[in-house]
Design a protein around this ligand. Sequence first.
Ligand SMILES: Nc1nc(=O)c2c([nH]1)NC[C@@H]1CN(c3ccc(C(=O)N[C@@H](CCC(=O)O)C(=O)O)cc3)CN21
Ligand SMILES: CC(C)C(=O)C(=O)O
Ligand SMILES: [Mg+2]
Length: 277
Amino acid sequence: MVPAADNRISAEDIRRRKGGVPIVCLTAYTYPVARILDPHVDLLLVGDSVAMVLHGHATTLGASLEMMVAHGQAVMRGSAKACVVVDMPTGSYEDSPAQAATSARRIVEETGCQAVKLEGGVDMAAQISAIVAEGIPVMGHIGLQPQSVEKDGGYKIKGRTEENIAALFRDAEAVETAGAFSVVIEGTMEAVAAKLTRHISIPTIGIGASADCDGQILVIDDMVGMTVDRVPIFVKEYADLRSVIADAAARYAAEVRSRAFPGPDHVFTTTSGKDET
Ligand SMILES: Nc1nc(=O)c2c([nH]1)NC[C@@H]1CN(c3ccc(C(=O)N[C@@H](CCC(=O)O)C(=O)O)cc3)CN21
Ligand SMILES: CC(C)C(=O)C(=O)O
Ligand SMILES: [Mg+2]
């Protein structure tokens, strides 16, 4: 069951924000980043993108339930206010509604997160219903679904044909009807994401979608310029941490080689301190 209510933003709080001030979401995978982001966001997603961004896997298919739980625990330790949502990894929910419910229960019990997210629409509606029936809030994820990258033959933008637009509407409706409290719309034509947002009663969270969505999400490492592999075109880099870290490493390396570091401020020279016993 879901743990007792605390002072965090709940999934229900997020649901009620449909059509209001846009919902600010970012991914987070670690304790320090959760500490830094928590005051600024409404929702932190422990995305299965962690497998690529932090672990160096080629796709999100490298994420495991154990990995999601470990990062979910770290983000819960580092945040106090945000609604924390943990992605269900590939292989943990697709087989059956019962498998989905079991995996979701494990994620919530072991992390204390507010909700889980899974990819899929009409095809995963039964899984969403089964998890919601357990009392666990579910965020949907439609449009470009990175866990289907092999099936799709790449990260293909959705909503470019009438047939695909109709499928997106069926998926959005299915996720809403199954009881999801919100839905991520990823990699979808701008006008379609905007129409989907007006069509359903739960908040849409866009990524590579539309400013008309009810909220936005980005991968934190992309947003701060820490992603070393190709960054998707819809990403805006608000900082350049790659150069900040490279510059720091270069200066440190030079100072170690010249023996400028450690200097007088960074060594122990007095005898007045207490010895450890
Ligand atoms: N660091 C990172 N940030 C992300 O946002 C992200 C990931 N990784 N990995 C998983 C998915 C993949 N993402 C992507 C990646 C590329 C496009 C993209 O530009 N697609 C183009 C090219 C398609 C192709 O050549 O096959 C398109 O027009 O569809 C979209 C979403 C978003 N997600
Ligand atoms: C980008 C978001 C929506 C995601 O699913 C992830 O980071 O895994
Ligand atoms: Mg994901």
